[in-house]
Structures are given as C-alpha cells and as structure tokens.
Design a protein around this ligand. Structure first.
Ligand code: NAP
Length: 283
C-alpha cells in the first residue's frame, strides 16, 4: 500500500501561507494582482481560467480577466501584453495556452515582461532555472518538488526518471530534480527499452499525456510515482499517465489523478504571483 501524496492537503497549506503574504501586500497599499488573458472559447481553457480566478479570490489576489474573441489578432494580444507590462499595479500576466493557431505563442510569451512571467515560460526565466538562480519556477515541476518536500521524500542521490521532455513540464522537472542532487534520466518517445529505464527509478515522474501509460511492471517496488498527466479515458473520466490501480500496490508513494499534481500547479501559480508582487514592491 502506497502513501497517497495528497495534492488537496499540500496545496491548501501552500495557499494558506500565501494568504498572510497577500494580506501584508494589501495592507501596504500594493495588493498582488494577476492579469489573465484568454483568447477564444476553448472549454478546457475556460475551466482552467475559472479555477485560477477562484484561487486568486481565496488568497486575496486581484484578478483581471481579458477574454478576447477567437479571431483576435496577434497584434492585439501583443498590444494588451505591452499595456499590462507597463502597469505598476499589475504583478503578474498569464496568457492561457493554447492560443488559436494564427497566433504565434512564442512571440506572445517572449513579449511578457520576465518580472511578470508567473508561468516562468519566458526564455529569461528558463535560463535562470537552468543556472539555478531564479525568481519563478514553472508551476507544475515546482508543484511536484513541493509535494516531494511536503512528504519528506529525499531526492539527493536518488535515481530519478522523468518521462516527457516538454518545455513546460519534462525539461524543467529534470532540472529541478538535478538541482536537488538527483541522478536524472529524461525519457521521451524515442527512448529505447523504456521499462528497463523506469524500473531503475527511485522517483519516476510521468508527463506524456497518454492515459494510464505507466503500468505496474514498469516500476520497481518502493518507487515514488508522480503522475502529471491529465487525460480523459474511454469513459470520459479524468485519468493520469499512470495506471494507478497497478502501480499503487507496488509503489511506496503515489500521486492520484485528480487530487495530485494539478492542485499543486495551481498553488504554485499563486505563489509566483505573490513573489512577483513582493519583488515589485521590495517587500
Ligand atoms: P507534451 O508537450 O505533449 O509532451 C509530451 C512528451 O511526452 C513529449 O516529450 C513526448 O516525447 C513524450 N511522449 C509521448 N509519448 C511517449 C511515449 N509513448 N513514451 C515516452 N515518451 C512519450 O505534453 P506536456 O505539455 O508536457 O503534458 C504532458 C501531460 O501532462 C498531459 O497529459 C498534460 O495534460 C499534463 N499536464 C498536467 C499539468 C498539471 O498541472 N497536472 C500541467 C501541464 C501538463 P517526444 O518529445 O519525443 O515527442
């Protein structure tokens, strides 16, 4: 029986600690504020944006939503980002991805001031993470690290396997584990004999977007299994990239989906917004 790494409990602790910091900023006349830009009517994006707005409200962060129509031009989005960059009362800017195909996401991300880049996607922030001297960490990988920390799961000297090499999850996840002295292997769709690699792992993080991909025979007894994936299975149910039923009896600890990493991601976004506000106000 594995320990269930409870994203609900841990994310609530993170959020509760942020409430005090948000209140202090507000008392000093510099409340934290997050601008959320959403373009078009992608239903999943709408759900995510609503969740982020609720989290802000709970913590005491002001939100401004900018909902642009699906046919908004790249120039319009850039103009909005620039306007928000120049507003001293706006701590953070988040552009909900994906953007419609006619808008170049990279161009938009690069236009966000690195000081307000609470997703930590801007190349300046990505570079800082690489060096290990950063202001913001990308929300999902940082959420995973906070979860490991909350359960006193050591990374130092451990065999860590990250499956997935996206810029927003896999690559920064590997870097954060490396900063904590893990011995890190990154796997991807071209990795040969994947199960042989994953069976070596003390900690395995799966972020590939394939429902219930990691099966029980792919982990070693006592492994820590972190499931980043969010997929709909054939019944339309939300499931992760890990086959929970198979892995849970073998693992020492495991994150559930839902109720695991997703909630941590949301909490770290709030933390990044507070950090941005504190930095802007030398608090
Ligand atoms: P992505 O950009 O699509 O990247 C997927 C990665 O998985 C790629 O590196 C790909 O390899 C690798 N991959 C795909 N199939 C594989 C296979 N059969 N074996 C080994 N590697 C394979 O995805 P992402 O944005 O990182 O997201 C991954 C998952 O996490 C999705 O389910 C997403 O919804 C979820 N997610 C969750 C949160 C959260 O808060 N919980 C946040 C972000 C994302 P190649 O590079 O070789 O193509």
């Amino acid at each position: 029986m594995a320990i269930i790494l409870d994203g609900k409990v841990v994310s609530q602790k993170v959020k509760d600690a942020l409430k005090t910091r948000a209140a202090k900023l507000a008392e000093n006349g510099n409340p934290a504020a997050l601008a959320v830009i959403i373009v078009g009517d992608n239903p999943a994006s709408r759900v995510y944006v609503n969740g982020k707005k609720r989290d802000c409200e709970e913590i005491g962060i002001i939100t401004e939503e900018y909902a642009l129509p699906a046919d908004a031009t790249e120039a319009e989005v850039l103009e909005l980002v620039n306007k928000l960059n120049n507003r001293a009362d706006m701590s953070g800017i988040l552009v909900q991805l994906p953007l419609p195909a006619h808008i170049n996401e990279e161009k938009i991300i690069n236009a966000i001031s690195p000081d307000k880049d609470v997703d930590a996607f801007h190349p300046t922030n990505v570079g800082k993470i690489m060096i290990g001297n950063y202001d913001f960490l990308p929300c999902t990988p940082a959420g995973v690290m906070a979860m490991l920390d909350a359960y006193d799961i050591p990374v130092d000297g451990k065999e860590c396997v990250v499956i997935g090499r996206s810029n927003i999850v896999g690559k920064p996840q590997a870097m954060l584990l490396l900063h904590k002295n893990g011995t890190v292997t990154i796997c991807h769709s071209r990795t040969k004999n994947l199960a042989e690699v994953t069976r070596r792992a003390d900690i395995v993080v799966v972020a590939i977007g394939k429902a219930e991909f990691l099966t029980g025979d792919m982990i070693k007894p006592g492994a820590v299994v972190i499931d980043v994936g969010m997929n709909k299975n054939v019944d339309g149910k939300l499931v992760g990239d890990v086959n929970f039923a198979e892995c849970e009896p073998i693992a020492a600890a495991i994150t559930p989906v839902p109720g695991g990493v997703g909630l941590m991601t949301r909490a770290i976004l709030m933390e990044n917004t507070i950090i941005a506000a504190e930095k802007a106000n030398n608090a």
